[in-house]
Ligand binder design. Structure first.
Ligand code: GUN
Length: 280
């Protein structure tokens, strides 16, 4: 059986390290504050936002909460972002996505100051990552790197295959693996012979958005498999993009769902909030 990569334990370890750093900063009079904005009341978003605020409280980061009605105009949201950009007491700004359809998501992402962009979604943050300059890194792929490093899995020189090319996960994931000196291939819906490409991977990161699609037949014996997906299966049980039961018989190491990548996203958001004091 594959080694289980325990995202719950690793995220706890990271949060505890951050808690200590925040206490040290606090003793020097440095406070960290995250502003969290939610427009409308999508139930899934409310759960995510609640978990982010809870993580802030655990670590000792102040959080400011803006729960705006569904009818909020783009202009009103931009005004709030502008106010928070100018507020020296605010270190990080997070607008929970998705925003209602009448608001242009790209415009909102661009309006957040790159110095406060703790999600790492601003084009400046994405650009900085791709040219190896300091900036905020998207939390889920940053969390995957931490899972690999803290599980003792070497990236340098390895064949890394990423399935999925989203701006939030696939693309930054590929850049981060490249930064760690992996040999990186990105696959997507038009990739020919997906299975053959996946079978080359020493490290396979799956962010495809289809429940249990990747089974043992896509995996090289002993490979590390990281599952970014999260879905409910036919029995209403949480599952990932990887068919865990089949894949775990071939993989050398694998993340479970839940308890793999999921908890890492918030841990890395907290990391970005603490890091915000260094980003100038
Ligand atoms: N919606 C789903 N995931 C995320 C995330 O990581 N950040 C934000 N802002 N919204 C999201």
């Amino acid at each position: 059986m594959a080694q289980l990569i325990d995202g719950k334990a690793i995220s706890k370890q990271i949060k505890d390290e951050l808690k200590e750093q925040v206490a040290e900063l606090s003793a020097k009079g440095v406070k960290i504050c995250l502003a969290v904005i939610q427009v409308g009341n999508d139930p899934a978003s409310s759960v995510y936002v609640g978990n982010k605020k809870k993580a802030c409280a655990y670590i000792g980061i102040d959080s400011l909460s803006y729960e705006l009605p569904e009818e909020t105009t783009e202009e009103e949201l931009l005004e709030l972002i502008d106010k928070l950009n100018k507020d020296d007491a605010v270190n990080g700004i997070l607008v929970q996505l998705p925003v209602p359809k009448h608001i242009d998501e790209d415009k909102i992402i661009k309006a957040i100051s790159p110095l406060k962009d703790v999600d790492g979604f601003h084009p400046m943050s994405v650009g900085a990552l791709s040219i190896g300059q300091p900036g905020f890194v998207s939390c889920t792929p940053a969390g995957v790197i931490q899972l690999l490093k803290r599980s003792g899995i070497e990236i340098a020189g390895k064949e890394c295959v990423v399935i999925g090319r989203s701006n939030i996960v696939g693309k930054p994931m590929a850049m981060l693996l490249l930064r760690e000196n992996g040999t990186v291939t990105i696959c997507h819906s038009k990739t020919k012979d997906l299975k053959e490409v996946c079978k080359r991977a020493d490290i396979l990161v799956v962010a495809i958005g289809r429940p249990k699609m990747i089974d043992a037949s896509y995996i090289k014996e002993g490979a590390t498999v990281i599952d970014v997906g999260i879905h409910r299966d036919e029995n209403n049980k949480l599952c990932g993009d990887v068919d865990f039961e089949s894949a775990s018989k071939v993989a050398g190491a694998i993340t479970p769902v839940p308890g793999g990548v999921g908890p890492m996203t918030i841990a890395m958001l907290m990391h970005n909030c603490v890091d915000s004091i260094n980003i100038k």
